[in-house]
Design a protein around this ligand. Structure first.
Ligand code: 3HC
Length: 298
């Protein structure tokens, strides 16, 4: 019952590549490297790559401070990551996880390029939060190796990974993806290639509703504290800021298109985004983060 995938035998995954060195790409690369996978971290943009490597290095510092890893383990982990802003051979990679920007046209280009440079049996995974994964299938050869691997932010802390089965995903690919997720100490849930998959379909209406209460004049601290006291690990407006208002709006839009009678993107989100308040990463969202002050944004 626990996500057994027909009788398919999972394949072993060794070396990986992660495409995109943003918050998710860097978080995934860090996590895989702590689990002894060699990881090629790719980004076209040198600055983005440097930023990603800096955040990985900070995670390793943190893991040393918290005594999760010894200094030697942390140094070895860091050494397993090979950053690259130019194309490097990917023929030794068993798995590539794409975590580039959430635009189908860009992802299609990335997958077409990957498909030409990896082995025919290399599993090609996307970390998309909301895009229909099957629409990447015709960008690659052997679309039976296409799968979604949807990690959550912060990657080092969130146990669940959604394994998205598309109409082309083979049993072997799915079995390998599920076994891989378990092998890196995460908990897989197999989901359909449907808008919002499972988690965002449940989580996003909750977050959107919180922003509507705020829009009607609710005090952000009261809203967040109430949900903290209720038992959530983080208030919904803080969580929106963590996720990024642009990312959240993108997921909300996808859900609104699929379920127009029960979901819409609040105007407030669009207004904040248009003004450049994208959440923590831009320094402000529902809260202001300058000097880590974490005060509500007037
Ligand atoms: N390496 C490994 N582990 C680390 C680490 C590191 N560098 N740094 C910290 N940790 C571990 C610690 O060991 C500790 O583990 P333990 O609880 O097992 O002892 C744990 O992380 C605690 O770290 P913190 O003290 O930093 O975390 P908090 O307890 O303050 O919690 C939080 C912070 C995890 C962010 C919590 O507030 C939370 O769960 N918030 C909700 C997050 C959430 O919902 N994310 C999903 C967003 S939606 C999304 O991503 C989907 C997208 O598609 C939109």
């Amino acid at each position: 019952k626990k996500h057994r995938v027909a009788d398919a035998e999972p394949r072993k995954i060794g070396r990986c590549a992660v495409v995109g060195a943003g918050v998710m790409g860097a978080g995934i690369a860090y996590w895989l490297s702590t689990r002894r996978h060699e990881v090629i971290l790719r980004d076209l943009d040198d600055d983005a790559l440097a930023k990603g490597m800096k955040s990985i290095s900070k995670s390793y510092d943190e893991s040393r401070k918290r005594r999760i890893l010894t200094p030697i383990e942390a140094a070895r982990g860091m050494d397993r990551i090979l950053p690259s802003s130019v194309p490097v051979p990917l023929d030794r990679c068993d798995l590539v996880i794409e975590a580039a920007v959430e635009r189908l046209d860009i992802k299609r280009k990335v997958f077409a390029d990957l498909s030409a440079r990896v082995r025919p049996d290399t599993i090609l995974a996307t970390n998309t939060s909301a895009l229909p994964i099957h629409e990447l299938a015709d960008s690659i050869s052997h679309p039976d190796r296409l799968v979604g691997l949807h990690f959550f932010n912060p990657v080092h802390r969130m146990p669940l990974v959604e394994v998205v089965r598309t109409s082309t995903t083979s049993d072997e690919t799915l079995a390998t993806a599920v076994a891989f997720v378990r092998s890196i100490g995460k908990l897989p849930v197999v989901v359909k290639d449907a808008p919002g998959f499972l988690v965002n379909r449940i989580l996003m209406p909750y977050l959107v509703e919180a922003s509507r209460i705020f829009e009607r004049g609710g005090d952000p601290k009261v809203i967040d504290d109430a949900m903290l006291d209720f038992g959530m690990p983080m208030g919904p407006l803080r969580l929106l800021d963590e996720v990024g208002l642009d990312v959240a709006a993108h997921v909300a839009r996808t859900l609104a298109e699929a379920f127009p009678n029960r979901m819409s993107v609040p105007d407030l989100l669009e207004t904040l985004i248009a003004k450049g308040h994208l959440g923590k990463k831009s320094g402000s969202g529902f809260y202001i983060y300058e000097n880590h002050s974490n005060t509500p944004n007037p």
